[in-house]
Ligand binder design. Structure first.
Ligand SMILES: [Zn+2]
Ligand SMILES: [Zn+2]
Length: 217
């Protein structure tokens, strides 16, 4: 059975997720750990559970989601996967990281570009990769059908949606992507977002002020 562990890291209060199952194989998604104690918390959890990380995945490559990429790659020697459209987004991070106070930021490079519709396999589980652009151009959401959950990144939040004023962002694209790609999932699906608490597809369809049924969109 799929298990999910979340951490909230860095001053952006970004949610980092570890997905794992009874085989011990694990995915690390959007490691935002930067400070020593944040890296330690992630490392200790994986060691305590006896997990074997097999892949490092980014929903998208804004700074808050990739601060721990190099640490995870170097610690576990695992491949980094993200969508090709995020390449310029990730390459830009190194130039602005010091201005945000992350002078120790280390670059990381993709080992594989994820395509829409691709499956990410680990242990006895797999995630379907759904392209949900608008917050950033190559933003992906990862869906596990048997557990009825998805890792939502910064596309859809509880009562909100991702900002679209950053490079590569586009408001109408995000609205349409959420409606056409996420709101077609079952209402029961739990969304684990990149910031803030989890929600469900059904709750956001009903009440979200940007994309819900009373939003006018
Ligand atoms: Zn973002
Ligand atoms: Zn974020």
């Amino acid at each position: 059975m799929l298990q999910i562990k979340s951490f909230t890291f860095n001053p952006f209060a970004e949610n980092t997720y570890v997905l794992y199952d009874e085989t011990g194989e694990a995915l690390i998604i959007d490691p935002g750990c930067y400070e020593k104690q944040e890296k330690g918390a992630l490392f200790d959890f994986i060691a305590d559970k006896g997990l074997q990380p097999v892949k490092l995945i980014n929903t998208h490559c804004h700074i808050d989601h990739v601060l721990g990429n190099a640490f995870v790659k170097n610690t576990y020697d695992i491949p980094l996967w993200y969508h090709k459209e995020e390449e310029p987004i990730l390459r830009a991070v190194g130039s602005y990281a010091p201005n945000y106070g992350f002078a120790q930021y280390q670059e990381s490079k993709a080992d594989h570009y994820i395509k829409e519709g691709e499956w990410i396999k680990f242990g006895n589980n797999q995630l379907l990769c759904i392209w949900v652009p608008g917050h950033s151009p190559g933003h992906l959401v990862f869906y596990n059908e048997p557990s009825q959950l998805c890792i939502g990144g910064d596309a859809l939040f509880k009562g909100s949606i991702g900002r679209t004023d950053l490079p590569g962002g586009h408001h109408e694209t995000l609205i349409q992507a959420i409606k056409n790609k996420l709101f077609v999932l079952p209402d029961e699906v739990i969304v684990y977002p990149g910031h803030g608490p989890e929600t469900s597809i059904g709750e956001e369809k009903k009440t979200n002020p940007f994309v819900g049924e009373n939003s006018g969109n």
